[in-house]
Write a protein that binds this ligand. Structure first.
Ligand code: ATP
Ligand code: MG
Length: 420
């Protein structure tokens, strides 16, 4: 193994591609910040108990994918595999729900960790931007979140994604359905593991990707036939609000999602150019989660969008984001005196908000001009002893090659004018 190798299932974000990741995070957060969501940041690890209770003891995330460890002090912790449980924990700890101002709307962005089999679009370290609206039961809130994710993807120029929508029912109707589904599943030819899953988390069996399982699921009872009146009405309103907003979706009665805490509205954003890792984001309502982690009743809804897969989706659609060059002006000093003077001008330009870089390391003219071109700058400032003696520097347009002397004490104004 090479010494310089990131751990299995991880990769580094490096320039220039890293700029796309920043732009994606930004694009996803803009509609949220514009809709009353405040930024929250929580630790990269939590007590393992939070995820065991919050995400669910029977989920793949907790049983197989979590990086859990014990510290030297004996604390049992886990790297966060997802954001919702942490955000809710933090909101409860800070009593945000007691301000009389529900829902509490929060957004976050960060790294998440799952011990998975690495493949394209599936990593052990990945990043998400997420949003949670805590403490209100209102179909408009579910619709809002879906509309904002849709807006974010559209603002990135994505087109080949679809929204899958379902309702998972609530504590009235879900248990009735669960029992009916269990009855049905117990009659099938299934392996040991799956039979165990029938008893702990039967809805997950519907999610089984294997053909041999899917074939047998034809004719399984469907949750939508078991929804109580309240859930039906709620779901119908979410659908109407989305339709009124011009956001197209597909009803997917088999969409169950991997987390135990979802109730009622669940949805997934899938992209058709990504092969088997097609889910770019997902979420739903989690009316019971607060109680599951020991809090009060706080019906809530949220989503998380995967940044890595969103970047892959951009690639799949051939979209290059319009990212401005990091450097607008590149300064090239010829000689010691010019180095001192030009460095001062670089500082001045930066303080004036002009993205400026400098040829460090005493490079010769040829090498320095190569660096200038590579930086993406539109302008170079070149100065040698003779220029300084005349009180000027040469302003060079790097595209046209055209060069004009400008007064040393007017550099900021002249550069601004030239940049337009
Ligand atoms: P999948 O079914 O593909 O495993 P998931 O249901 O586990 O996805 P969520 O927990 O809903 O995913 O996370 C939301 C989003 O985070 C996903 O849609 C995906 O874009 C991203 N994501 C989840 N796990 C990974 C991973 N291991 N690597 C990269 N991105 C991931
Ligand atoms: Mg997963």
């Amino acid at each position: 193994m090479s010494t310089f190798q990131a751990p299995k299932g991880t990769y580094d974000l490096i320039p220039p591609n890293s700029a796309t990741y920043l732009a994606v995070r930004e694009a996803i957060s803009v509609p949220l910040r514009n809709s009353g969501y405040g930024y929250i940041e929580t630790p990269g690890f939590e007590n393992v108990e939070l995820f065991a209770r919050g995400v669910g003891e029977s989920t793949d995330i907790v049983t197989k994918e979590m990086y859990a460890f014990e510290t030297k002090g004996g604390d049992k912790l886990a790297l966060r595999p997802e954001g919702t449980a942490s955000v809710l924990r933090a909101a409860l700890e800070a009593n945000l729900h007691k301000g009389g101002n529900l829902p509490v709307k929060l957004w976050y962005s960060g790294s998440y960790y799952r011990y998975e089999r690495p493949q394209k679009g599936r990593y052990r370290h990945f990043s998400q931007v997420g949003a949670e609206a805590i403490g209100a039961e209102d179909p408009a809130l579910d619709a809002e979140l879906i509309i904002l994710a849709h807006q974010a993807y559209r603002s990135l120029g994505l087109r080949d994604f679809r929204i899958l929508l379902n309702s998972l029912g609530d504590k009235e109707c879900r248990p009735v359905y669960r029992a009916a589904l269990q009855d049905f599943l117990r009659g099938l030819q299934l392996d040991e593991d799956t039979r165990r899953r029938i008893e702990i988390n039967p809805l997950r069996v519907l999610d089984d990707k294997r053909e041999a399982v899917q074939e047998q699921l034809i004719g399984a009872p469907m949750l939508r036939d078991y929804l109580c009146e309240a859930c039906k009405t709620y779901h119908e309103q979410v659908r109407e609000l989305l339709t009124a907003a011009g956001v197209a979706f597909e009803d997917d009665p088999k969409l169950v999602r991997g987390l135990d805490y979802y109730t009622r509205t669940t949805f997934e954003f899938v992209h058709d150019g990504l092969g088997s890792q097609s889910a770019v984001g997902g979420g739903g309502r989690y009316d019971g989660l607060s109680e599951m982690i020991g809090g009060p009743v706080l019906p809530s809804v949220g989503w998380a969008l995967g940044v890595d897969r969103t970047v892959l989706a951009l690639e799949a659609e051939g979209i290059t984001l319009d990212i401005p060059a990091a450097t607008a002006v590149y300064a090239v000093p010829l000689g010691e005196e010019a180095r001192r003077v030009l460095f001062g001008k670089v500082t001045e330009l930066r303080r004036a908000g002009v993205a400026t870089d400098f040829a460090y390391g005493g490079k010769g003219l040829k090498n320095a001009m190569k660096s200038a071109n590579r930086s993406g700058a539109r302008l170079a400032l070149v100065a040698g002893e003779r220029d300084l003696a005349e009180g000027v520097v040469q302003l060079k347009d790097l595209a046209s090659g055209e060069q004009t002397p400008i007064a040393l004490d007017a550099v900021v104004d002249e550069v601004r004018r030239a940049l337009g």
